[in-house]
Design a protein around this ligand. Structure first.
Ligand SMILES: O=C(O)CCC(=O)C(=O)O
Ligand SMILES: [Fe+2]
Length: 335
């Protein structure tokens, strides 16, 4: 018997956030509240990262119009006919631009990937020794100059916020505020505009728009529209909703921050199930270190843990190239 859409897991599609699980943290004391403000915010962030790896951030000082304009441009782009979207398509050799949904074969399941995306990355193509994967110019829809302007403004705002958040993570780990800074000179960041179709009524309860995954880099700053559908795994293995909180970003740490913290912080599993019956838009910004950074547990934390490093060192560029190669192999990813 197939499980019905009204199965147990469906009940977790909640519209309100459980603040005991995922706290809303006000960032303004970190910037404007002196040393005590910094310590207090860093402690709240560290607590959330240790428990669940997710928190909401308000008081971030990102002007609301930066986000509103990027959402407006994203909607305008995804509403275009497919022939127009395809004009700025990514390819396995040029992983920037529009990435369609995989072609569907058979019934939907938890791996169906029910979303399209537009991927924008750092552009270091002016380097004397440009890397063929990382240092490419972005693709832009040529007849939508406002699209490019909005994405670039949003990217810059997210990069600025990430740099401050790195300071908060450092303090929360009991380390000097600038302990991560040297690894973020030319960070390989990515801004994705995501467009999720609704999961059809009556689909198996396992059907999900994205697979359950952790993020690769140290930090993801996510803007959600009002639809909801993001779900986060608790340490006991059950799923909870992480619905949008107006005016706040949804923030999670990824694998590299877990490695640096020697496991104090959790890079947590999450997924999207859009059961709202309408389209959903979201905009994650993925922070990654410089290409040649080697991420390994911070020595001071390893010393506190009796000399035991829980994770092996990882070279960022090699790791991300392997990750991109996996994405490229997914059948049907490119039209
Ligand atoms: O769209 C979302 O809410 C989350 C997206 C996500 O997890 C990802 O792109 O890694
Ligand atoms: Fe993610």
């Amino acid at each position: 018997m197939s499980r019905s859409a009204a199965g147990v897991e469906d009940r977790i599609v909640a519209k309100t956030v459980d603040l005991a699980e995922i706290p809303i943290i006000d960032f303004s004391p970190f910037r404007h509240g002196g040393e005590a403000g910094k310590q207090a915010v860093a402690a709240e962030i560290a607590d959330a990262c240790a428990r669940i790896g997710f928190f909401y951030l308000k008081g971030h000082d990102v002007p609301p119009q930066v986000l509103a304009e990027t959402f407006a441009q994203s909607k305008a782009f995804f509403q275009r006919p497919v022939e127009e979207r395809r004009q700025s398509a990514a390819s396995p050799q040029w992983y920037r631009g529009w990435i369609p949904m995989p072609r569907r074969e058979g019934a939907l399941d938890r791996n169906s990937r029910l979303f399209e995306q537009y991927r924008i990355q750092a552009d270091f193509s002016d380097r004397p020794d440009p890397d063929p994967v990382f240092d490419r110019p972005n693709r832009w829809p040529e007849d939508m100059p406002a699209f490019r302007a909005a994405c670039e403004a949003h990217y810059a705002a997210m990069l600025g916020l990430s740099r401050d958040l790195l300071h908060a993570f450092a303090i929360g780990l009991g380390q000097p505020e600038d302990c991560f800074d040297a690894w973020f000179d030319r960070p390989i960041c990515q801004l994705s505009l995501l467009y999720y179709i609704p999961i059809p009524d009556g689909a198996d309860v396992e059907v999900s728009n994205t697979v359950s995954h952790t993020d690769e880099g140290p930090l993801t700053i996510l803007a959600q529209d009002s639809v909801g559908g993001l779900e986060v795994k608790r340490r006991d293995g059950t799923w909870i909703s992480a619905p949008p909180v107006p005016g706040a970003y949804t923030i999670n740490i990824g694998d590299m921050m877990m490695w640096w913290s020697n496991g104090r912080f959790l890079s947590n599993y999450h997924r999207v199930r859009n059961k709202a019956g309408v389209e959903r838009f979201s905009i994650p910004f993925f922070l990654n270190p410089d290409q040649h950074t080697v991420v390994a547990p911070l020595p001071a934390l390893v010393a506190q843990d009796g000399g035991q490093a829980r994770f092996d060192p990882v070279h960022v560029g090699t790791h991300l190239k392997r990750f991109y190669a996996r994405l490229e192999k997914s059948p049907g990813d490119f039209l």
